[in-house]
Write a protein of this length. Structure first.
Length: 272
């Protein structure tokens, strides 16, 4: 590799690039500094930082830095050679460059949008109020007996009406994994269960069991709702960071949607 000056001068120049080698994703603007010229193409500290990031290497010693720079220069030389330019016209190479360029620009766009978003505490609190509406939810403690056939569930319900113990029936009749603990499901919120099961649990009173078999994708259930209790919404401070992230993601999604409105995206009908 030819250099403009002694090796020590190149090593000093690489010191200018080293802060970038470990912070290649930093969005702060950095002035490019030319390290090497390949014909009329300037290889800069920005090129080296990106190359280091892509290869997962950030050497701290001068010899390692020069070796890394030499690999980058070799890549640039090959890409700019006649053979390299010929290969650059191959469809798969063209497509790869187009995808890489699109991804890089899109990622930079998202980072730029994130930098522009300024959220006030009032905005986040308003979103908190909207999200949780100041209302309490309900969670339930329940047991269930899972059966393969509706008739089997109806038979279990008859036995419960006659005074059979729910946990004992669950241990002997249920085909679900909770049979080992008498059908105990512990405490859960409705959205943790499939809709049919959650609705049926909410429909019965504490201490009561479902009078009709409840069908879900898993089979037929008989449900005993043991207890219920109100669930308070989470404290603002515990979810503030999560809400800020959601608000930023929403604004970025809106920015992308606005761009989509300006372009034509047409799915092609590919004939086999």
């Amino acid at each position: 590799m030819k250099t403009n000056g002694p090796l020590q001068r190149l090593a000093w120049a690489l010191c200018l690039a080293m802060p970038l080698l470990t912070h290649a994703e930093d969005s702060a603007p950095v002035d490019p500094v030319t390290l090497v010229k390949v014909d009329d193409f300037a290889v800069t500290n920005l090129h080296l930082a990106l190359f280091a990031n892509q290869t997962g290497r950030s050497p701290e010693d001068a010899e390692g830095q020069i070796r890394l720079l030499n690999e980058l220069v070799n890549s640039v030389m090959i890409a700019r050679s006649a053979a390299g330019r010929a290969l650059a016209g191959q469809p798969e190479v063209v497509a790869a460059l187009e995808v890489a360029s699109a991804r890089l620009i899109a990622q930079t766009f998202v980072r730029d949008q994130l930098d522009r978003i300024q959220l006030s505490d009032e905005q986040v609190r308003a979103y908190y109020d909207q999200r949780y509406s100041g209302e309490t939810g309900t969670e339930y403690k329940a047991r269930h007996i899972l059966l393969a056939e509706k008739e089997q569930a109806e038979d279990v319900i008859r036995q419960l009406r006659d005074g059979a113990d729910f946990a004992e029936l669950a241990g002997t009749r249920s085909i679900g994994p909770s049979k080992a603990v008498g059908g105990d499901l512990g405490w859960f919120e409705p959205d943790q269960m499939v809709p049919e099961f959650a609705s049926a649990t909410a429909a019965v009173a504490d201490g009561a069991f479902s009078e009709e078999p409840v069908q879900t994708q898993f089979g037929w259930h008989v449900i005993l709702r043991e207890q219920s209790r109100a669930v308070q919404p989470p404290a603002y401070d515990t979810v503030k960071a999560e809400l800020e992230t959601e608000l930023r993601q929403r604004q970025i999604a809106e920015a992308i949607a606005a761009i989509r409105e300006e372009v034509s995206v047409e799915v092609q009908d590919i004939q086999q």
